[in-house]
Write a protein that binds this ligand. Structure first.
Ligand SMILES: CC(C)(COP(=O)(O)OP(=O)(O)OC[C@H]1O[C@@H](n2cnc3c(N)ncnc32)[C@H](O)[C@@H]1OP(=O)(O)O)[C@@H](O)C(=O)NCCC(=O)NCCS
Length: 183
């Protein structure tokens, strides 16, 4: 039986951002699974293994938000979009906050942390694909300087019990104004 309880942010708890470690994976996985269960966050139907996650997400740009007790409330991570040298500074990210901790600034803290760490590392563009119905994610990204590039129609499918449902996504992207902007 799964005994891990989703964390709930206490109003008085200070939020802290710190690097994600392998020891955080059970908590990160739990938050990831809760986001998947909403049906609004991703095409995935279950979280990956730590091995797969670790192999594809850039070290140095995986962060967790914790409360005063140290409980993981959310996480952010990114992968290179393409192996091509031209796009070496372009990443695709994911950001997830536990249901009981949403609406208190954890998403903003995480995404700002990703903007800061990537810009410090010479990464110039962060992007993601967001389901049109995910108004919370769209609002968060807009606040952090992302713009909607466009809508990809029925670009992906989620297969559950052998049945496929097709979905549009909105491409959101933030171009740094400090990395590679003036030359
Ligand atoms: C999307 C998500 C990460 C937002 O995290 P959060 O901690 O709730 O967001 P925050 O409290 O930091 O809010 C950040 C900003 O977005 C706005 N916002 C967040 N959720 C919102 C909503 N549902 N409707 C309107 N605005 C919203 C807030 O008002 C805030 O703006 P402000 O800083 O100007 O006041 C969170 O809802 C989540 O994890 N959802 C499930 C997983 C998911 O969908 N991930 C994104 C995949 S693309």
């Amino acid at each position: 039986m799964d005994t891990v309880q989703p964390p709930v942010l206490r109003t008085s708890s200070p939020l802290t951002l710190r690097p994600m470690t392998a020891a955080d994976w059970p908590a990160v996985r739990e938050v990831y699974a809760a986001g998947i269960a909403t049906g609004l966050a991703t095409f995935e139907t279950e979280p990956p293994s730590w091995t797969a996650f670790d192999a594809t997400r850039l070290p140095g740009h995986r962060h967790v938000a914790t409360d005063g007790s140290g409980a993981v409330l959310g996480w952010v991570a990114c992968s290179r979009e393409s192996p091509r040298e031209a796009y070496a500074g372009v990443v695709e990210h994911s950001v997830y906050v536990a249901p009981g901790a949403q609406g208190r600034g954890a998403g903003r803290l995480l995404l700002q942390g990703l903007v800061d760490s990537t810009e410090a590392d010479g990464i110039w563009t962060i992007r993601s694909a967001v389901f049109p119905a995910n108004t919370g994610s769209l609002a968060l990204h807009e606040r952090l300087g992302f713009r909607v590039l466009g809508r990809r129609e029925r670009v992906g499918r989620r297969i559950v019990d052998g049945r496929a449902t097709w979905h549009d996504v909105l491409l959101v992207e933030r171009r740094s104004r400090v990395v590679g902007w003036e030359d």
